[in-house]
Design a protein. Structure first.
Lengths: 382, 389
């Protein structure tokens, strides 16, 4: 198919928000042939989490107006099936197993840079683009595409993109990686885009008001499955409502009165048990990640010094990573980390470069739980 | 081939015929009067309106022009038919029979009645998309007050046995409505011959303007209005009449009768050429709808292993305009409820697209589509990224 532009044809994901609008504008300015697309992620027969958020009619209207203003073709494409299967269902299943998933990471890997990229190739596009704050660069020395932090440290989203493969990165443009959020807003205002002053979206797009427990009760009624709350000595202290409603490090809402503060330190799917303990018991020095995706290196041959994050919004910590069995990776921290949570992701950095990351399988410390819960089982929910 | 683009979506809408535009223009400029005004200019507008009503009544075989209610289009006509009859006859019963393959204007009007205490039965079609008269008969209950079955399906073009279904309704004394939005202005449509009590039509499907349609209502049928206000349309549809649009619709309907057999034959030949070309050149391409009992311009095809959405967007980029399933409110493509009701699975329904031909299509355009389509389907089937980690 003949391309009008030498730089190539790009399918731009446009949510109707300011970031993706400016991403599209920048690419048009840089001479790419752009096609704007809003992904319809939410099945039409389910109520929307937010009337004004992504997928809403007003978001589509905004994206359409921006595309018209930029003079690029625009379509709304249906990804509801892929989203329901890959993101919502997996999210719910992880919670059912007592784990704490990050659906945005799965959505990026499976939908935005999965199904969406597939659609882009079907439309004869060379690239996909989004409004993420991160950078993709080709490093000729390593012969690999690198994922790097965005220029704006407060907005950096490289953490949520660690799951991208070389094939996906090779076809990804992230024009906002070189900008601060303030600059992006200024560009939007300059261009007179309708989305210039829209507020940032923060929450999980399909969970109303960030209340994942209410979502789980509605979406998976079987998540209401009471069981014991035990302490590290195996004493039953109370009853939980279902392991899906608890997360590692949680202190509030346990319904237990105790002289000292208690935290959730482990969740065991096999025995439907929530284990609580003192603050120290929530701290961990090492974790096992599996599965893992490596970006900056083809494989981890030996130990490597890194900094890393075990949640999206958390201080980065120095650590050493070493290869585990069957591609798994073990992370040893220099300082104890609070609430190493199975299902969340650990992402490793070397300066601005994302080395890779993985899903946290478990905290590697030996929890000394007496009584009904064998120590080895704690957190090992697979 | 205007602007180098090939338009194959005439079931969605059609270009307004230049003669229709000419007929409308005076009523947008010098003859702008309100038909309800008593002075000369008002009387002129009223006369145009009366003539248009006569023409529409005559074109569809109505007994009297009083049986024609002008509306703001096909969806309004369908809504007026269903809700108007349901509310007028609610003391006799609360049951409505329609089909699973109706246009959303009928389906969602029925659903809204369902929310208001009416009971709706949706009859399913066979694998060709035909609704069996016997299936309609079986759905009838003692409290059935309305049956609504479309004349031809908008997605497949399949024609329904309206005469037989109307006869069953008549036999049981039940009001019968048909949504003829896809057929009026194409096939000869005569309300007495069909035996229907109500019939919906829309001007923009037959080279008339958008935003105007009509509902035929047999004199013996009662109808509650949806829109209250002035006494226009015999107090069944208030609001100042869209005179220019109505005049345009009457003109378009009149033109549709000129050289009808030749025009239909030309369209059918082009459609058959496209159909044969696609089915022979592309493996895993299957026709949806009835092979013969079908409007001459419709062609609905499933392509195994691809998404209709991708095919449509690629065709758009190559200047070919077709459509798929039904668009949802945001404009994204959903699996067609019509194809699903005919028994296709979700994948097959999403892998289908509709071409609908019109009087201005040419053999060169059809051959261009046949040149573009097979390699495109092939390319889509071979485009795959490897999954992530």
């Amino acid at each position: 198919m003949p391309h009008a532009s030498k730089k190539g044809r790009v399918l731009v994901a446009m949510s109707g928000g300011v970031d993706s609008s400016v991403a599209a504008a920048l690419l048009v300015e840089q001479g790419y042939e752009c096609i704007g697309v809003t992904m319809q992620l939410w099945p039409e027969d389910l109520p929307l989490a937010h009337e004004s958020g992504c997928c809403s009619l007003s978001a589509v209207e905004d994206a359409r107006r921006v595309a018209n203003k930029l003079g690029i073709p625009y379509y709304v494409l249906n990804f509801a099936h892929s989203f329901a299967e890959e993101v919502i269902e997996r999210f719910a299943e992880e919670y059912l197993r007592g784990r704490t998933p990050n659906p945005c990471i799965v959505c990026n890997e499976k939908v935005k840079f999965g199904t969406f990229l597939q659609k882009a190739l079907e439309l004869g596009c060379d690239y996909v683009a989004t409004g993420h704050y991160a950078r993709v660069e080709y490093d000729p020395e390593r012969g690999r595409y690198l994922l790097k932090r965005g220029k704006d440290p407060k907005k950096d989203q490289s953490y949520t993109l660690y799951g991208l493969t070389q094939e996906q990165l090779a076809r990804t443009l992230l024009p906002l990686g070189a900008y601060h959020k303030d600059e992006v807003r200024a560009i939007a205002r300059e261009l007179g885009l309708v989305t210039a002053s829209k507020p940032d979206s923060q929450e999980i797009c399909f969970v109303p008001e960030g209340d994942y427990r209410a979502f789980m009760e509605r979406y998976k009624p079987e998540s209401k499955r009471p069981g014991p709350i035990v302490d590290l000595d195996g004493n039953v202290l109370g009853e939980h409502q279902g392991i899906a409603f608890y997360t590692i490090g949680q202190r509030k809402g346990l319904g237990i009165t105790h002289p000292t503060p208690l935290y959730v330190v482990a969740i065991d799917e096999a025995t439907n048990t929530v284990v609580v303990g003192p603050r120290e018991a929530v701290q961990g020095m090492s974790l096992l990640a599996d599965p893992v995706n490596l970006i900056a290196v083809p494989e981890l041959a030996g130990p490597m010094e890194v900094t890393c994050k075990i949640r999206y919004r958390v201080q980065e910590a120095p650590a050493t990573i070493v290869p585990g069995e069957d591609g798994a990776v073990i992370t040893h921290f220099e300082e104890p980390q609070s609430a190493i949570t199975p299902g969340q992701s650990v992402v490793w950095y070397d300066g601005d470069i994302v080395i890779g990351g993985g899903i946290i399988e478990r905290d590697l410390k030996e929890l000394k739980v007496a009584g009904p819960l064998p120590a080895a089982k704690a957190g090992a929910a697979r | 081939m205007e602007n180098g683009r090939i338009y194959l979506d005439h079931a969605a809408t059609t270009p307004v015929d230049p003669d229709v535009v000419e007929a409308m223009l005076p009523f947008l400029t010098s003859e702008f009067g309100n038909p309800s005004s008593i002075y000369y200019r008002g009387r002129q507008a009223r006369r145009a309106l009366d003539e248009a009503r006569d023409a529409v009544a005559q074109a569809i075989g109505a007994q009297s022009p009083r049986e024609i209610i002008f509306t703001g289009g096909g969806s309004e006509a369908d809504n007026l038919a269903l809700k108007g009859v349901a509310w007028a006859y609610r003391d006799r019963g609360r049951h409505i029979v329609t089909t699973a393959i109706e246009h959303h204007a009928v389906l969602r009007a029925a659903k809204s009645l369902g929310d208001q205490g009416f009971d709706v039965t949706y009859v399913r079609p066979d694998a060709h998309g035909i609704v069996a008269p016997e299936a309609v008969r079986e759905a009838i209950r003692d409290d059935t007050i309305l049956i609504s079955v479309m004349h031809a399906n908008n997605e497949t073009g399949t024609l329904q046995p309206i005469r037989e279904i109307a006869a069953i309704a008549r036999e049981r004394g039940i009001v019968f409505h048909t949504d003829a939005v896809q057929t009026v202005g194409h096939l000869p449509v005569d309300v007495s011959e069909l035996g229907c009590d109500l019939l919906s039509l829309a001007a923009h499907k037959f080279y008339g303007p958008k935003g105007v349609g009509a509902l035929y209502v047999r004199r013996s049928v009662s109808l509650a209005p949806l829109i209250h206000g002035g006494g226009q349309e015999q107090e069944r549809r208030a609001g100042t009449e869209n005179v220019a649009g109505i005049v345009g619709m009457a003109k378009a309907l009149e033109l549709s009768a000129v050289d009808r057999p030749q025009r239909l034959e030309k369209i059918r030949r082009l459609r058959d050429r496209l159909e044969a070309g696609i089915l022979s050149a592309i493996e895993g391409a299957r026709l949806n709808g009835h092979p013969h009992e079908r409007l001459p311009g419709h062609l609905n095809v499933t392509f195994d292993g691809i998404e209709g959405e991708s095919l449509l967007l690629n065709l758009d980029m190559q200047g070919i305009e077709a459509s798929s399933g039904s668009a949802c409110t945001s404009g994204s493509i959903e699996a067609s409820h019509v194809l699903l009701a005919m028994g296709l699975d979700r994948k097959a329904a999403l892998g289908s697209i509709r071409f609908s031909l019109g009087k201005r299509n040419t053999i060169e355009e059809i051959d261009r589509v046949l040149e573009v389509l097979p390699p495109l389907v092939e390319r889509l089937r071979n485009t795959r990224i490897s999954p992530g980690f």
